[in-house]
Design a protein around this ligand. Structure first.
Ligand code: SF4
Ligand code: SF4
Length: 140
């Protein structure tokens, strides 16, 4: 999330142009603490809190993500947006994978997602990539 939900400032963040954790590909919902945590920018975009959930959540895809990048990055975002790390972003931060290699993984995942959307690849191809590279150790 420089980012979509990963929110951490990675410099030349691998998150820019990814957005898989904001657009509903990796996660279906994002937890917030309350309405103030959700914040005005998202509320103005029509995002509503699902208050019956514990903790409260809002549904993804988030309307603030465009072309894999958060358009309200410099405004108020939910705390989870700043804290979320997928396995791939964690691995880059830990020096376990080169940022360019991580970007290649993201590019491949976006390609496969498009192929799934076009009916040219089975959904399991995408799930395997997500499980292997993005979900192995999710920190939220
Ligand atoms: S506000 Fe939306 S697009 Fe921005 S980081 Fe959070 S979930 Fe992603
Ligand atoms: S899925 Fe991972 S790499 Fe992609 S934007 Fe989210 S935290 Fe960043």
């Amino acid at each position: 999330m420089d980012d979509p939900v990963a929110g951490s400032d990675l410099g030349e963040s691998i998150c820019i142009g990814c957005g898989l954790c904001c657009d509903g590909t990796l996660l279906s919902h994002l937890a917030v603490s309350d309405e103030s945590d959700l914040g005005m920018p998202l509320r103005a975009m029509g995002v509503e809190l699902i208050a019956v959930a514990e903790p409260p959540v809002f549904e993804l895809p988030c309307p603030a993500v465009e072309h894999g990048t958060c358009t309200i990055h410099h405004l108020h975002r939910p705390r989870a947006c700043c804290q979320f790390e997928c396995s791939l972003s964690r691995a880059v931060l830990d020096g376990e994978i080169d940022p360019d290699a991580a970007r290649a993984v993201i590019a491949r995942t976006l390609e496969v997602r498009a192929a799934v959307g076009d009916g040219q690849s089975p959904r399991t191809d995408l799930d395997q990539l997500l499980d292997r590279h993005f979900r192995a150790s999710i920190h939220q």
